[in-house]
Design a protein around this ligand. Sequence first.
Ligand code: C2E
Ligand code: CA
Ligand code: CA
Length: 714
Amino acid sequence: MMSVVACVTGKHNLWLVLLAALVCTSGSWAIIRLFQRAASTKGLQSLGWHFLTATAAGCSIWCTHFIAMLAYEPGAPVTFDPVLTIISLLVAIGGSLLGFTIAASGLTRLAPIVGGSLLGLAISAMHYTGMIAYRVQGIMEWDMSYLVASVVLSVVLSAISLHVARLGSFGPNKVVASGVLVLAIVSLHFTAMAAFRVTPLAIANAFSDQGALHAMALAIALVGLIIIGTGLASYLIDDRTRADSYQQLRHMALNDNLTGLPNRASFNERLDQEIGFARGTNGKLALVCIDLDRFKEVNDLRGHSAGDEVLRILALRMSNLLREGEFAARLGGDEFAAIHRMKDHEDLVEFLSRVEAALFKPIRMDDYEVTTGASIGVALYPDNADTKEMLVNNGDLAMYRAKADVTKAICFYEQSMDETVRARRTLAGELREALDNNQLDLHYQVQTSVSTGEVRGYEVLLRWNHPKHGFIPPSEFIPLAEETGLILQMGEWVLRTACTTAATWTPRYKIAVNLSPVQFAHSDLPKLIHEILLETRLPANRLELELTESTIISDKIRTLDILRRIKALGVTIALDDFGTGYSSLDTLRAFPFDTIKLDRSFMREVETSPQAKAIIRAVLALGTSLSIPVLAEGIETQSQLSILDDEGCDAAQGFFLGRPAPLEQIMISGQITMTDTGTMRDTTIRDRSRNGAGHGFDETTAFLDFGPRMRSPV
Ligand code: C2E
Ligand code: CA
Ligand code: CA
């Protein structure tokens, strides 16, 4: 079309002009996309994309030009210089490569403009080289002002095109950049042809073979379009692949790998949206925080793949129960959360009953059944909280309450829960102070032989007499110390104090010190014990360490290794609270324990329940077969002791034999005397002053009552 206007001496073949236009627009469309792709990649990949961009650009520019020239019928025979024609193609490709590479380089902010200008120059150079290759039998004239204008237009428009293309790969940018590039190519041709005049010299009928020229134009267009098409196809394939992998990545980023449920990130996103929605519609929503109750057990006893399967099944149940306005996610581990848009309380209760049913329904595995159960905490927006953080915090508090309350699976948030948490935090602070200020005490409870009644040793039990709240049971402050990590320092203090004290005793009874699982996980226990033994000069064989099975289960290999190193020091190891929790034969086989401590819960029922008696008998038989002595805990009556005696139990401990008591009480009863009174006087004085205050715990007196029952070792 531009050639028609430009060439005053010839006419144009319209079809070929349209073909040139097609090549130019489709080419530009592809070039801009390829260029943006090249600019967004690095290294070898970017090199490949640059090559494709330059080839597609060079070919489209050159083909447009060449087809337009073939469309031009100057009225005189036309030939093309083959060498110059090929050079013009190479100029187009090479110039494009340079221009696009610089434009994509990001070296300076002006790089796209510099690269674009170079591209414009390349288009011009290609055009004029092509024109020199164009041989027509006539007088050719050039108008310099048009020539300069054509180059300026090409340079400026190409620079604008690449500048726009580099602003971002949004749809409108692409369209503008491609359009301006078309303009750059077209305007160059248009103006350059206006600079060109041909006055035919040849004989009127000496025309070139137009048919052949048109066929060539078609062939060139075809090859040009194929090259552009190839570039475009690469782009589209890559684009699709990228879109797919983006989708996949997004799915991975927002969903939990194992269960496919939305993960914490999508949960947070969704909770924000739902709060926004509730705010906008004056609506309500319920946040449901869920923590499985017995999931760890499944993992520990059945292995991780069984644990994974349980999570998958529960997740599937959760996603199947959802209706409109409901959402469920796995936040990690055995923690889930759900959101429910509330109409009224009834419909929330109905939702919760669906959740509860899903989590409490037994799961059938290969040859066994698992019911994990769950602790479910509910907090409402806006009733309980007006921000997301508060809502999540309160949902968690309610869930912890549900966890602590064995009678309820679901707890709704109440304000008093904040106070409980605050009180716990205060208590933790006070416990730290108590430890720092030496306000903790040790009590000792005797362990005796069942058949002879002789003292076997003393279990060391930690006591905290709070200045305001009085006696706080270890079952309350030990978990607190474990949560806060204070147990490490506390456990070390217990060990050191107990060993220091026991080292001075006559007779040289053994002491049994309790260890927390946290001490195994976080400190170099064997080293600490070794140091304390050296420091206090307590012979290793007078120290027994008590640990529960849960300590071993949590990290079996590591714990067993630590236990072996401790045992190598000569210290003995007792398995505490046996019969509760796991009670697996595996644990007993895995390590040569020196004592099995049968949990006190069996003693309570031994006189009335045949099952309890059967269990005691079984554990005693187990102890015999593994050659591990069994110590029964919680002996409160003579008849319990007699039963144990009949069953052949080795040792016993309990209120009937002696309550836990401060050392001075034991000394008063004459069971123990100190050889090194200097060291111990301080402790005794401190113990006396502290225990005089009456902490409402009558174990001391009770101990004295039963004291005479204990016999000295022979
Ligand atoms: P445990 O290791 O099973 O300690 C025995 C518990 O049974 C003691 O409770 C003791 O007072 C109680 N007991 C003894 N005889 C009888 C009886 O005849 N009937 C009844 N009903 N109970 C009896 P205590 O002192 O309240 O300790 C509770 C738990 O706190 C201990 O259970 C132990 O797990 C932990 N604990 C105590 N001191 C320490 C310590 O220094 N370090 C660690 N890590 N834990 C400790
Ligand atoms: Ca114990
Ligand atoms: Ca115990």
